[in-house]
Write a new protein. Structure first.
Length: 327
């Protein structure tokens, strides 16, 4: 039982005592509000407190509170709830009376603020991941292997990376297995032979950057025969080469020398080499500059060289005939 101090609705305060060593405060003629047990645990909303202060139900603190030591805003080790600190109103995490960081909301935003020179470390244990969300939707996570996944909930599979993948990004948040994302990027620099970055568009891989040796990187556009049809040899490549206008120039930014092509001129001959349109601007009138990828010239140059080689061989054969007639 318990010794009870009871605020009744008829006779005021009534006291009943026993030798249990438990004290209860009751209201409304017998409804227990507070219990102090023989171990000096205080229960509010419970008659069996398990802690020094055990509150069952909601609680509100309108002033300051120090948890872990004496005082309201300075504690030995623990949390100080401080709603009057003008700079960092909210929660202070303290050790030895020194604030380590604040959790607070000011100026319409929420902050976790580290104090002093001590680093702020966030940990999970076991196989748990650390997830980050906005608008109640997960946007990024760090999995238990240390992979940083943006728009993904699990690391991408074999063929795009090995087990030590590092950073993976999917632009629209879809999973790698469905391959429906616009772009999927994998960054992995563990050892040579690994794929560093993969570009995926509408379910099909379009390119990659691979670490082919410990000192070399390959920049790839997909070129697998299984993706192509109506394959025929290139013809009249020499005619195209004759139309090209290689030139030298100086860059306006620093006056340095350059050599190559003018984008729109090259676009007229080999459109695959050029992105963008001549004289394009954005909605604010800023230039949208054209770009060139000269790797797309390789096939044309190779075909032209083959055609030129064929002409040379033909001329050599004719010369042999002429020399034989002269002799």
């Amino acid at each position: 039982m318990a010794s009870i101090i009871n605020a009744t609705t008829t006779n005021g305060v009534a006291i009943s005592a026993d030798n249990s060593g438990i004290l209860q405060l009751a209201t409304n003629s017998g409804t227990t509000a507070v219990t102090i047990d023989a171990s000096q645990n205080v229960g509010i909303g419970t008659s069996s407190p398990a802690f020094k202060l055990d509150v069952v139900g909601g609680a509100r603190i309108s002033g300051n509170l120090g948890v872990g030591g004496s005082g309201t805003t300075t504690v030995s080790n623990g949390v100080a709830v401080n709603n009057s600190n003008g700079t960092y109103p909210g929660y202070e995490i303290q050790t030895g009376g020194t604030t380590q960081f604040y959790i607070n909301a000011t100026n319409g935003a929420s902050y976790i603020t580290s104090v002093g020179t001590n680093p702020m470390n966030l940990y999970t244990t076991g196989s748990a991941s650390m997830n980050f969300a906005t608008n109640n939707t997960e946007r990024m996570r760090i999995d238990s292997s240390g992979n940083v996944l943006v728009g993904l909930t699990s690391a991408l599979g074999p063929g795009y990376s090995n087990t030590n993948t590092g950073v993976q990004i999917a632009s629209d948040g879809t999973t790698y297995i469905s391959k429906t994302g616009n772009i999927t990027t994998v960054i992995n620099n563990n050892t040579s032979g690994n794929r560093l970055t993969v570009f995926n568009y509408q379910g099909t891989q379009k390119g990659s950057i691979d670490l082919i040796t410990t000192t070399g990187v390959a920049y790839n556009s997909v070129s697998d025969y299984r993706l192509k049809e109506n394959v025929v040899p290139m013809v009249n490549a020499l005619d195209k080469i004759a139309l090209l206008k290689p030139c030298t120039y100086k860059w306006k930014t620093d006056g340095s020398d350059g050599q190559g092509f003018i984008a729109h001129e090259l676009q007229e001959v080999v459109p695959d080499c050029v992105t963008g349109e001549k004289d394009a601007v954005d909605e604010e009138g800023n230039p949208q500059y054209q770009g060139i990828d000269t790797s797309f010239l390789v096939a044309t140059l190779t075909a032209a060289l083959q055609e030129a080689h064929g002409l040379i061989k033909d001329l050599e054969a004719r010369l042999v005939v002429l020399e034989s007639k002269i002799v």
